[in-house]
Structures are given as C-alpha cells and as structure tokens.
Design a protein around this ligand. Structure first.
Ligand code: NAD
Length: 268
C-alpha cells in the first residue's frame, strides 16, 4: 500500500479534476444555502468556495437570516432547485433549531443532491465516499479484512459501514452503548479503524493496535485552546493515521467536487 498523505492525494486529485473540466470545457456551478452564521459552517463554506474557485467552478452562496421561517426557506430551496444554472445544490447544516433539517434537505432535487443526504440521492455521502476513494487509491486491500467503525450517524458511520461492507470487509459498528472493554477488543483485531464520534482523543494510546492498521479520524473537536483535535490521539503506532485538521475534512470537500462533476457529466 502506498502511504501518500491526504494533502498530497487531494492536491493531485484536484489537478486531475481541473484537467477534466478544462478538457471538456465544462461550466460547473455549485449553490450553497446557509442560514445564519455558525462559525464552523462559515469555515466549511469558505473551504468549499475556495476549492470551487481553484477548479474554475462557479460557487454561489445563498445566505438567509437566522430568523427565516421554515416555509420561506422551503420556498427558496424549491426555487433554487429548479434553476438551470445550478448543477449541484447543498444546504449547509446545522440549520437553526426552529427549522426541520430533514424537511429542508429533502427539497433539494435528487439529481442536484450532491451531499447525498436525501434517500433518493444517486450520490454517495461525501465523507464516506472520500474515505473509501482515498483508501482505494492507496491500494488498501479491503476484502476479508476487519473494519471497525466507531459512530453510527446517518451521514458518516452508517453509510461508511455499508460502503466498507460492499468492499467485502468484516465490519463491526461500535457506538455510545459499546463498553470500553469491547472497543479495546475490536480495535486490537482491526485492520481499519474509522472513528466518527465527536469526542477529543476518545481513542488513545491506552488501546492496542495492529502495527499495520490504518486509522481514519473523522472527528473534529474544537479544544478550549481553540485548536482542532481529532477523535484519535495523534501518532498512534500504526501504518497510517489521517491527521486532524488536514485529513478527512479535505477528503469530504474533494468528494463534493467529484459528485458535482458527476451531476454535470452524467446528467443524473
Ligand atoms: P453524530 O453526533 O451524529 O454521531 C456521533 C456518533 O457517535 C453516534 O452514532 C453515537 O452513537 C456515537 N458515540 C457517541 N459517544 C460515543 C462513545 N463514547 N463511544 C462510541 N461511540 C459514541 O456525529 P457525526 O455527524 O457522525 O460526526 C462525528 C464527528 O465527525 C464530529 O466531530 C463531526 O464534527 C465530525 N465530522 C467530520 C466531517 C469531516 O468532513 N471531517 C464530516 C462529518 C462529521
């Protein structure tokens, strides 16, 4: 397996996608819906717009005030979904508490739902897709190997476990009710450990790892010192561990671009 870092991999992939866009003279456009200003959302949107800009993709932010009603936002999203000049449309989460997120995201037409959140979306959710594409390109041998996925959310843990299962891995999903003893048992036997919980250094040096294991750290936790920390303590004695920041976040953003390209070229 080729241990290319996430940063190097993402830069190469972005160059490849840029080349594809230029070779086919494609004009791609991404619409981003944001309500209010959650600091982490502002940062994620800035990253997505920067990526788009680098690749010659038009990204347009549709920003609404924090107190917009669910009905009014729904009308806006339906309207944006109909626009021919928008190829991919995403709703930045979280939305304010008075708005039902599922109700709003389900209004994004499935052929533009490049986040892959809707049940009818033909697109794979970005974080799991980014992880599996990265591992595939590294030459990770999935078949028959043991994967542990910690976290069972509908945007990361569950779709990731299904993708790994489709790669013929033996997948164990752990969650908030799993005991520390059982977590230690499964981790000790794992070839791939994916942690998506949202708990700084939940997995640390007190666990035993296979020395050729791969750790994918999805967690993003802001410490009291304002720095970002993963769900896994850095520098565990394994073959490869993705860093936080500069790891899965970049893979997620890359997947969004890939899904956008697919939305345009496959006319899904
Ligand atoms: P979530 O809150 O929806 O789900 C967390 C999951 O962790 C739940 O399924 C819960 O059962 C499990 N859990 C809670 N405590 C646990 C414990 N002690 N042991 C084992 N499992 C436990 O979160 P999410 O949306 O899946 O996100 C998880 C983390 O990943 C967050 O830090 C989030 O910010 C981050 N995230 C990062 C990216 C990225 O692009 N890097 C994308 C999505 C989410």
């Amino acid at each position: 397996m080729n241990a290319i870092s996430v940063k190097e991999y993402v830069n190469l992939e972005k160059e490849r996608i840029k080349g594809l866009i230029q070779a086919q003279s494609l004009s791609l456009s991404l619409g981003i819906v944001q309500v209010g200003h959650v600091p982490s959302s502002d940062a994620y949107i800035k990253g997505k717009m920067k990526d788009a800009n680098e690749l010659g993709i038009k990204a347009v932010l549709f920003h609404y005030e924090e107190d917009i009603s669910e009905e009014a936002l729904a009308r806006e999203v339906v309207g944006l979904g109909k626009r021919k000049d928008i190829d991919g449309l995403i709703v930045q989460l979280p939305l304010p508490k008075h708005i039902n997120e599922k109700a709003i995201t389900s209004l994004v037409p499935s052929n533009k739902d490049i986040d892959g959140f809707g049940i009818d979306s033909p697109f794979t959710p970005c974080t799991p897709k980014g992880i599996v594409d990265y591992l595939s390109d590294l030459g990770f041998a999935f078949r028959g190997k043991n994967a542990v996925v910690i976290g069972r959310s509908s945007i990361v843990g569950k779709p990731l476990s299904h993708l790994l299962l489709s790669k013929d891995m033996n997948v164990t999903v752990l969650h908030s009710k799993t005991t520390k003893e059982d977590t230690a048992f499964y981790i000790a036997h794992a070839d791939l450990i994916c942690v998506a919980v949202g708990h700084k250094w939940l997995i640390d040096h007190t666990y035993n790892f296979k020395k050729d294991a791969v750790i994918i750290d999805v967690g993003i936790n802001r410490g009291e010192d304002k720095h970002l920390y993963g769900d896994v303590e850095p520098n565990m004695p394994v073959y490869l561990q993705t860093p936080v920041p500069g790891g899965v976040g970049l893979l997620t953003r890359l997947s969004l671009l890939k899904n956008l390209l697919e939305a345009k070229t496959h006319g899904i």
